[in-house]
Ligand binder design. Structure first.
Ligand code: HGY
Ligand code: MN
Ligand code: MN
Length: 453
């Protein structure tokens, strides 16, 4: 029996505001207006976690499989156990911690990832993991029992890694990576994925057991830093994410002709580096030609051979990434790049071999969960705006197996994937309140909605 006061919708809804839950959709409403969020506890956890893999620049370096990755995992399990959650590590190394519900219902899962890009910031990922733990702790401390189990998750290897498999944990949970692919995967230095997964507590032999469905998970919520400037520029503390961009990655290997840097005249050269530079500029020009906010492209890795001061580069390998909100824009961009790359190959007398590394479609997020987050924000008098995410997230894959939604908090200076990542505690606390309210609202009526898909 819940210890929470039973109230009716009107009692928790401010005058003039939309009700937190649709009238008639629920029988009883037991969501208190405000459950205290313990900012001190959150801050202490955040400081402890940020110390693992801390860099002198103020960020963290915690790539997948590193000693620091393993240390964070041990720390998270310890904290989750202290919070009396039932913890487990699945076959791909994802960490789960569950507080039981009062009814046999699938869990409401909250979480993100704890790995970082090389020499990245403290907030990208860990903020969402610690908020998940803190939100569950707040609900427990308030003496509230929930019908659904409440689960926190920290996913394995969300960021790009030497295995070429970003969002490894959530993609595996969603069944989007087959055991065959996982078993065949090696890093650039020849380490097999199974060894890396074993080192973080998983086992590819059991990998099918890591899959989840909407029979296990009723909803997935992820809080994340925005990693852009839209919230800061509009002085809005919360973003409700409408969808997540598609991500397309392609390796381009350019073969020219290594030759003497002193004796080879310009017309006689086949410089692979300069062709690669033109490829990078072509990506920028093609994106600019489309001129849309939800279309962007980057060349983020670039390598040349032989890499000697007096040798014209004979080989250049780069990886380009295109992000778009719509498939037709990706198609247009690729067609444009086909033409631009052909012209580069022709003019420089080089060959250019392209291979697709990732072609992940854009993912709309769940409308009902978005509405719940928006309504919670309104009822707490916290301004919000809707945002489409041009960063990739684990929620993309979770949305393929259950309802999923995201909240963004401001990134000061729009900085991310660098040590300067920062979000003020005040903004974090506001978002935590919206999450707590939303989780309790969802617990009340998630399984009682008719025709919501
Ligand atoms: O690459 C991304 O967008 C994410 O931050 N991993
Ligand atoms: Mn990231
Ligand atoms: Mn992230």
């Amino acid at each position: 029996m819940s210890k929470v006061l039973l109230t009716n919708v009107a009692a928790v809804v401010k005058k003039g505001a939309r009700p937190l839950l649709k009238r008639g959709a629920i029988r009883q409403m037991k969501t208190p207006a405000v459950v205290p969020f313990d900012a001190n506890l959150f801050s202490a956890w955040f400081e402890s976690l940020s110390a693992i893999g801390a860099t002198p620049e103020g960020g963290v370096n915690r790539p997948f499989g590193s000693k620091e990755d393993r240390q964070v995992r041990a720390w998270l399990l310890q904290v989750a156990n202290q919070e009396r959650l039932t913890t487990s590590v699945d076959a791909i190394g994802n960490i789960w911690g569950t507080r039981a519900g009062t009814e046999p219902l699938p869990a409401i899962v909250i979480g993100s990832h704890h790995d970082s890009v090389p020499y990245g910031g403290r907030f990208d990922g860990p903020l969402g993991v610690l908020i998940a733990l803190s939100v569950i702790a707040a609900i427990t401390k308030a003496g509230i029992s929930t019908r659904h189990p409440l689960t926190f998750v920290s996913f394995t290897a969300e960021e790009p890694n030497p295995f070429g498999l970003s969002t490894l944990g959530s993609r595996t949970v969603a069944g989007r990576l087959t055991p065959d692919v996982l078993w065949q995967t090696q890093s650039s230095d020849g380490t097999v994925l199974q060894d890396a997964v074993r080192a973080v507590g998983g086992d590819l032999n059991q990998v099918l057991q890591a899959r989840r469905s909407d029979q296990d998970i009723a909803a997935f919520l992820e809080l994340h830093i925005e990693q852009g400037l839209r919230l800061i520029r509009s002085s809005t503390p919360i973003g409700v994410v409408t969808g997540i961009c598609g991500i397309y990655r392609e390796r381009v290997v350019i073969t020219g002709q290594a030759n003497h840097a002193g004796t080879t005249l310009l017309p006689d050269r086949h410089d692979a580096l300069l062709a690669g530079a033109q490829v990078a500029l072509a990506v920028e020009s093609a994106v600019a030609a489309l001129g849309k906010d939800d279309v962007i492209g980057t060349v983020g890795t670039f390598r040349i051979e032989p890499g000697a001061i007096n040798v014209i580069p004979g080989m250049c390998e780069l990886v380009l990434e295109l992000r778009t909100g719509h498939r037709e824009d990706l198609d247009a961009l690729r067609a444009d790049l086909d033409a631009r790359f052909a012209a580069i190959a022709q003019s420089r007398g080089i060959t250019l071999v392209r291979s697709v590394l990732l072609d992940q479609a854009a993912q709309p997020l769940d409308a009902f969960l978005q509405e719940t987050l928006q309504t919670s924000a309104r009822n707490l008098d916290i301004p919000y705006r809707d945002l489409f995410s041009m960063a990739g997230h684990d929620a993309t894959h979770m949305a393929s197996l259950t309802r999923a939604a995201m909240l963004f908090v401001p990134s000061v200076g729009g900085k991310s994937h660098c040590p300067e990542e920062f979000t003020p505690l005040e903004d974090i606390c506001r978002a935590a309140q919206v999450l707590i309210h939303s989780v309790l609202a969802l617990d009340e009526n998630l399984d009682r909605q008719d025709g919501i898909s």
